[in-house]
Design a protein around this ligand. Structure first.
Ligand code: 5GP
Length: 133
């Protein structure tokens, strides 16, 4: 069961308690530039509802919220001029993916050739990658 903390950074951005460089806002989603870009264009798209990650969102969001978020992702990439050159979307859930902010966010990356999908990889320090079978 997801345990959403209403004091996470993106909740504060949604409430305008923290600033963000907005790209797009709809009834269901907000898109803003990542503070530490990993590509020439790096934008985050978040749902307005309180969802910890994709797992929570997929299980508990309404159809309108799901359509609203994914429509906003496509519209944001288009607004950013990334459609012709191409872009990558990704979303990190929990430990193996190194999720840092516990409000669902879709990363949009682009603006240059992005290389292979995954490079390297490491082991979380707490050993939680090991299966208990
Ligand atoms: P995660 O690792 O959870 O998928 O990604 C979190 C992302 O949020 C990182 O790319 C990080 O740079 C970004 N981020 C963290 N704090 C802030 C902030 O205060 N403002 C913005 N715009 N991005 C942030």
């Amino acid at each position: 069961m997801a345990n959403y903390d209403g004091n996470n950074i993106f909740a504060k951005i949604l409430r305008n308690e923290l600033p963000s460089k907005k790209v797009l806002e709809t009834d269901y989603a907000l898109a803003f530039h990542d503070i530490n870009p990993q590509a020439p264009v790096h934008v985050l798209v978040i749902p307005k509802g309180p969802y910890v990650s994709m797992d929570d969102f997929a299980a508990n969001a309404s159809s309108e919220e799901i359509v609203g978020l994914w429509s906003a992702v496509g519209e944001t990439a288009n607004t950013l001029g990334l459609v012709e050159g191409g872009y990558r979307i990704l979303s990190n859930h929990s430990v193996h993916a190194h999720q840092d902010v516990f409000h669902l966010h879709i990363h949009i990356l682009g603006g240059r050739p992005l290389g292979p999908m995954l490079e390297g990889g490491d082991v979380p320090p707490d050993g939680s990658w090991q299966r208990s079978e």
